[in-house]
Design a protein around this ligand. Structure first.
Ligand SMILES: [Zn+2]
Ligand SMILES: [Zn+2]
Length: 328
């Protein structure tokens, strides 16, 4: 009996052996599977942290741009290097964000590599790099983001009028427009520009807004009602001659980058008979870059009148062609 018993258990062991081997294989598989899963989970935490940080940049950059533009308005002083100032300000605010991770098991680093003019003048380009470390796992990412400068949540002031007119009596804000009082006239007179008087009490847009009348030739539509709406809403247009936003912060009205331009309009209460005055485009009026005088004249164009108010601009032929206004 005992002998048979041994034989049986020996046999059953042989029978059970494949089962044991299978279980071992499964256990091993599970082990491998478990490890792989842990690695994925770990890098997920790291990449989630990077995604969260990245998502903060557009808002922070827009805030910084808005704050720098407002400061420039208050002081009338241009930034010596707007790209550097803005880069460092964004970096400082992102450092605060990464501090939120200091008590976690993640080691988080964020660097703002550069801030520069974008291909689209209504955007600013921010380049950044991120590094998140969790145990053995490192997640690294370089990023380029185009930040809108026309987000209504972060309205940006055009700093140029406040910088250029600072020493001539200053420009002031009324509603959503910049009013020049005597300052623009004095600024132009000091430079010896002819018919500067036409710009007494002139005004232009306070905030940078993108013109929806695109293609721009549409400004001539509906008996120039589009042009009137554009001016009243204070829209800006793409321009290869006008300065980009970052150069505007440095007090430049023209720059080598693809930039923007807006209309500076004489007061509608001023019924002058002058047919010539500086062309009513901001980069023409403010072009005081030495040597020589970059301000050139335009011919008067009345786009609306109700018999009491005379809505007019002075425009040169190349800007007339651009905006669908008859040439002279
Ligand atoms: Zn327009
Ligand atoms: Zn520029």
């Amino acid at each position: 009996m005992d002998h048979t018993g041994y034989v049986l258990s020996g046999m059953s062991f042989l029978l059970v052996l494949p089962a044991i081997m299978l279980v071992t294989v499964f256990l091993d598989l599970e082990h491998v599977g478990g490890d792989a899963e842990t690695i994925i989970l770990k890098s997920d935490t790291a990449s989630t942290a990077v995604k969260d940080l990245e998502a903060n940049i557009p808002g922070i950059a827009a805030e910084v741009l808005r704050d720098e533009a407002s400061n420039t308005l208050k002081t009338g002083k241009p930034l010596p290097n707007s790209r550097k100032t803005i880069k460092e300000a964004i970096r400082g605010r992102m450092d605060q964000k990464t501090l939120e991770y200091q008590n976690s098991d993640l080691k988080v680093e964020c660097d703002i590599i550069s801030v520069d003019t974008s291909q689209d003048p209504f955007q600013v380009e921010v380049k950044s790099s991120f590094r998140v470390e969790k145990g053995q796992v490192v997640h690294q990412e370089n990023l380029t983001q185009e930040i809108s400068i026309t987000d209504p949540l972060y309205p940006l002031i055009d700093p140029i009028p406040f910088i250029k007119c600072k020493d001539y009596g200053g420009a002031e804000i009324k509603g959503n427009r910049t009013f020049y009082g005597n300052s623009l006239k004095n600024y132009l007179k000091t430079r010896g520009v002819e018919n500067a008087d036409q710009y007494e009490n002139a005004s232009s847009s306070l905030f940078i807004k993108k013109c929806p009348y695109d293609p721009y030739i549409m400004h001539g539509d509906f008996g120039f009602v589009s042009l009137k709406n554009c001016i009243e809403n204070g829209y800006f247009h793409e321009s290869s001659d006008g300065a980009c936003f970052l150069c505007r912060l440095e007090g430049k009205s023209t720059c080598p980058h693809y930039g923007m331009e807006t209309f500076i309009v004489p007061s509608e209460f001023f019924n002058s008979t002058s047919i010539s005055a500086p062309s009513s485009i901001d980069h023409v009026i403010f072009n005081d870059t030495p040597p020589g005088d970059g301000t050139y004249p335009g011919r008067v164009f009345e786009y609306y009148s109700d018999g009491k108010n005379y809505f007019k601009i002075f425009l040169d032929n190349s800007h007339r062609l651009k905006y669908g206004i008859p040439t002279f």
